[in-house]
Write a protein that binds this ligand. Structure first.
Ligand code: NA7
Length: 536
């Protein structure tokens, strides 16, 4: 490692929702902070994911910072679900409004983090060859920030253009008159396919596993809705923080499926479908626990798909069959199923006719050649651990994080890793993270850590790290709670199934945002139980 040129109290990696808030919060506590961001602007997820149709799947007002009432009052969301450009404008506004840019170094990627036991601080290397020092490091690296890159045979032989939804060109792509292949049918594909199909001459959709998509019912956010939100802001924000998923749609009904009458069940399903979006998660309190509850929701959505898609064979291919509904992230769509009624869109079922290779002209399955001008890889991310596993992280006694997480990520509360003092993982594996409204979880993590640092300072405490016992107990708890649900049945990115060779471990904490918040508060109230706090 090069000699450190600068020393900070805290280094933050990433300038998305998490990094921006961490910078603001820590600076407010008088710490010197430096943020490193690989992109040339703020935004994180919303900086990189510029594919057509990209928008948030949590309602805009809920998917925004709550830490500043003034910010909330001065910003007006234009749509129920904000589009990527609007979210990026919002995050740029936040960066300007709180004068954050002066402490962010853009186009700089952190390559190594080595713990220095003598100095009780982290040595940080960046890809410009410089070295830095910080007592604390915040990995605000995002849960879905490293694009999945499977090794499709023949990938480099293709003569046309290729795109990954998670690294979309800033200037956009004009598909007019083009034949386009889209590989993947997750959220990114489901949002972008209807838009691409309106432009392109022909779209071939290569589907490995169908997904459940619920109509967004997006539209302009009217004045009355905004005024209502602002009038009840305090109460709504509190409810969000104490809810299951960090969003108000997640106020789960009390009556289990088995005790809900036949007519009432249908009524709940129709109402949620009409309301649209992720509120389908909250049909019954036991939707992802009771197989019968789950089956009824599956049948309902299958019926809707059959009602929308005119060709019965295509409809059957679009009906998910291999996993319970909700155990892979639900997709929120605008006209996805309808798109398969267009003459220029064709669905290719990769389970029936597997992808053989990419050729100079297009894609070959074991049944057919598809000549295309462009390939869109909508194949997702190396979720939750991808970003940290690409940094050379070494903790006490040179132990690597790669080694420590060899059999899957292990953390205490999703916040810290035993043997890696003063390194915080914002919305890390083992916290509600991707199973929640990320903004709510980010604020909770950053606030909790900031309180911890404020607690340590007057006692002259310099380091914090979890005990191995506490970490083992937490990992057991995370596993135990997930095993009580239907989630482990799905080959999802929650369990790393989309990345060949990744250990199969259920990574996020499914106990709920409100319950998790209470646990974290109890840990703090008990003198940071499970953490070792040390003076130099
Ligand atoms: P997802 O949800 O991980 O979707 C990726 C899609 O790509 C999914 O349909 C995968 O099929 C498919 N895929 C991945 N690898 C391959 C290969 N090798 N061959 C064929 N198909 C493949 O990523 P998104 O970007 O759509 O969404 C990520 C999250 O962002 C989303 O959940 C929201 O939270 C926002 P599979 O299901 O693995 O069979």
């Amino acid at each position: 490692m090069a000699e450190a040129t600068n020393t900070y109290d805290a280094i933050v990696i990433g300038a998305g929702f998490a990094g921006l808030y961490a910078l603001h919060k820590l600076r407010g506590q008088g710490l010197s902070v430096r943020v490193f961001e690989a992109g040339d602007g703020v935004g994180g997820t919303w900086y990189w994911n510029r594919y057509p149709g990209a928008r948030v799947d949590v309602e805009s007002q809920e998917y925004s910072y709550s830490f500043s009432e003034e910010l909330e009052r001065e910003w007006t969301w234009s749509e129920r679900y904000a589009s990527q450009p609007e979210l990026l404008r919002y995050l740029n506004h936040v960066a300007d409004r709180f004068d954050l840019r002066r402490d962010i170094r853009f186009e700089t990627r952190v390559t190594a983090l080595h713990w220095n036991d003598r100095e009780q601080s982290w040595s940080v290397s960046t890809d410009d060859g410089e070295a830095w020092n910080a007592r604390f490091v915040f990995a605000a690296t995002g849960a879905l920030s490293v694009p999945n890159d499977p090794d499709f045979p023949g990938k480099n032989s293709f003569n046309g253009a290729t795109y990954h939804t998670g690294r979309w060109p800033r200037e956009g792509v004009d598909f007019t008159g083009k034949r386009v292949a889209v590989i993947g049918t997750g959220s990114s594909a489901i949002q972008s396919i209807p838009q691409i199909a309106q432009q392109a001459a022909q779209v071939f959709v290569f589907q490995r596993t169908p997904n459940y998509a619920i109509p967004a019912r997006n539209g302009p956010l009217d004045h009355a809705t905004r005024e209502d939100w602002l009038a009840k802001r305090e109460e709504k924000r509190q409810r969000q923080r104490n809810s299951l998923l960090g969003a108000l749609f997640a106020d789960t009904p009390d009556t289990p499926f088995s005790q809900t009458g036949e007519n009432e069940r249908r009524d709940v399903l129709e109402r949620r479908w009409a309301w649209g979006g992720l509120c389908m998660y909250n049909l019954f309190p036991d939707l992802v626990i009771d197989p019968a509850a789950n089956a009824s929701a599956r049948d309902f959505v299958a019926e809707k798909i059959r009602g929308i898609v005119k060709d019965p064979d295509i409809a059957e291919k679009l009906v998910p069959r291999s996993y319970p509904i909700g155990t892979k992230r639900l997709c929120v769509d605008t006209g996805y199923y309808e798109t398969f009624n267009r003459a220029n869109v064709r669905l290719i079922d990769l389970k029936a006719t597997p992808l053989d290779r990419i050729t100079p002209d297009g894609i070959r399955t074991n049944a057919e050649n598809f000549a295309v001008d462009a390939i869109v890889f909508a194949i997702g991310f190396d979720a939750m651990t991808g970003a940290l596993s690409r940094i050379d992280v070494r903790g006490r006694e040179g132990q690597t994080l790669k080694n420590a997480w060899d059999a899957g990520p292990r953390t205490y509360l999703g916040l810290m890793v035993a043997g890696f003092p003063n390194l915080f993982t914002i919305t890390g594996p083992g916290s509600p993270s991707v199973l929640s409204n990320m903004v709510v979880s980010i604020e909770q993590h950053v606030d909790w850590i900031a309180n911890l640092l404020a607690y340590m300072a007057p006692f002259g405490l310099k380091t914090v790290e979890p005990t191995l016992d506490a970490q083992n107990g937490w990992v057991d708890h995370v596993n135990e709670v997930s095993s009580m649900t239907l989630f482990p049945q799905a080959n999802s990115w929650y369990v790393g199934a989309n990345v060949p060779g990744k250990p199969r471990v259920f990574m996020p904490y499914i106990g709920g945002v409100g319950a998790y918040r209470e646990l974290c508060a109890a840990v703090a109230a008990n003198g940071y139980m499970g953490f070792k706090l040390r003076a130099a």
